[in-house]
Design a protein. Sequence first.
Lengths: 278, 266, 249
Amino acid sequence: MTAAVLPAAPSAAHRGDPLIAFRGVSLSLGGRLILEDIDLDMRRREFICVVGPSGCGKTTLLRLIAGLLHPDKGEVVYDGKPVTAPASDIALIFQDYSKALLPWRTASGNVSLAFEARSLPKAERPARIAALLDKVGLKQHADKYPIQLSGGMQQRLQIARCLAQEPSVLLMDEPFGALDAMTRQVLQDEVLRIAESAGTSVFFVTHDLEEAIYLGDRVIAMSPNPGRVTEVFDVPLPRPRNQLTTREHPEFLRLRRELFDFIQESEIEQTAIEESKA
Amino acid sequence: MRKIRDMGRASVSKKTERALWSVASVAVGLAIIGLWQYIAWQKYVSPVFLPGPDRAWSALLEGFESGALTERTLATVERMAYGWVLASVLGVAIGALIGSSRVARQYLGPTLEFIRPLPASAMIPVAIAFFGLTKSMVLGVIAFGSIWPMLLATIHGFASVEPRLIEVARVLKLTRLEFIFKIALPNSMPDIFAAMRLGLTIALILSVVGEILAFQGGLGSHILEASRSFRSAELFAGVILLGIIGLLSNLALGALESRLLRWRSQ
Amino acid sequence: MKGLVVPVTLVLVAELCARLFGITSDSLASPSQIIAAAVGIVADGSLFTMTGQTLFAAVVGLAIGGGLGLVMAILLGLIQPLARLMHFSVEAFRPIPAIAILPIMLMIYGFGYRMEIAIIAFACFWPVLIIGQAAVSGIEPRLIEVSKVLGLTFLGRVTKIVLPAALPRLFVAFRLAAAVSLIVAVTVEIAMNPQGLGYELMAAQSSLRPEVMFAILLWVGLIGWGLNAFLLYAQNRLFGFAGKLEVPR
């Protein structure tokens, strides 16, 4: 689109340049304004969490980065170039994991799909599939069909398939929302581990405020109608994170309070706006 | 420990219970045959119309020993199989073509929906008009009649791919061909299999009708001739044989289906 | 509307070809000839007669076969031991194609209504039995318990609880059987019985009047489609989502 704005599209290898940037992005879907004038930067190896009430367009942000949607105004830039189509090194993890898996393939088969799409030589696949399944803790379940796996295992399988893309960016759409608390915590730590070891940048959408603070380097709070970025919080908590100690850290508690107040205020504001419209 | 053992015992007795019921139901089946035999003996119905199972059975055996029935059975089965395979391949192929294009679905869908309830046998006079009373006419009618379930099932399967999977395909940048073979077709498999079963039934029926009309040999002609000369035992033997063909082909397909569709349920 | 584009185009092309090339054929007819023939058989009442013959046989066969199937479905659906005992016999007789019964009925009844109705009844019996049995045995067991606690007689239970509860799925079975009755009727007439739409189809072909043949063919298609569409509409009106076989959880 407006590639001329960026001088000769330099690679964003320079630490300063953002890996992903939203520049004045607006998008309407079905006649409704979903996102309005979004400006956002995401750096390499950063873990960004996005929170906000339903309808604030968090999922739409993900889809824009993934290239599944295109902005009406403004542009989404990835690695210096505007996003026009899905990039092979951006992986998207859906919330409804069971629908994103191929029910007729085993766990190995599902992971294999990503390799097939990349035309990886057949001989290399078995070893790499096994390694990935091992990484997400599904080694014993390689020959099981999705219907035989629990919710947590299915989500892990989806993560494995996304990792097969060797992504530079992981987009995660409320991935743990449908899972029980224990599984959620286990998977949170696994995502942190994977992101750290592979140097992956993560864009994580969630409803859960504590989850956002626990995982992220920055938390972006959005408001709905229309969706816009209202506040960005820095999360200066030490890494590696720990389910027990980090969640008791004074900084965690302070941020939690701040975020909670903020969400509450924006909800009150929302209600006021709606009532004034009525 | 004890609880598990008790559970084990309960499941064993459930198995034997089920086996007993199966035996009992077979016994009931045999009793019905016995009743049939009794009616035949007592001549409550004229033996011209209702042969006893004994006569039907001996007619069956004789037919196979002399080779007459063997030949005809094979002719019918062959016809049915060829027609059905042809219909399946064409049905899935054309269905995939139409199904993978939304435009095609929109333009052709209603026409297909209109043709679907049309009795396949109604195309027989048209086929005779074009091809005459030949073997290939019968084959053509069988294929034409049995293609619809597979065709429509493939289109439906393609149209009902989980939208999430379509997005996964986009994110993974699958080509159109890859999408058809790796996602759309496997997704349609359950529907296609159900359709193939129906198609098989239709193929058998059309084979028989074709044989009755065109005198192409096979069991259809056989039972017609038998009825015309009031040879009820041979007639019943033929009917039973047709039932067996229907049963076995369905079972075979069902076994194949549960093997290939293992992923649907444990 | 998009759906009409293809058929209308084909018809126009066919008409054009027929006029341009002036083909006369024993097996083809132009759309205008077909329409003329259709008007003809409506005007002289023959379409009415043949339709009546086919529909009469279909309806009576459906009533008998469907009725018996329904009774059996209720019995087998409610009395589980009976269902288990009959399982083998049902599975043994079910695969017999209705058309195979034709020579038997021909032998017994000769040509005419009775033979056709008997075959249609046989064909309609099975889908109603199989689907109906599943419908009845799939009724919420709680409802059956309620009927027992209320002290209803067997007949009372059937009419007040079983039938209403199973009605949506029973209607689906009925829809299927209705389609079967029409198809079997036409098939029997094509194969053997000298009456009704099927027979007239064959007669038109063998007397080399393709325009009449195609006219009747279109009419048969229209009846089949119309019947299906009507029953589907009725199902949605009466039962809404409950008519679907698989109730989403």
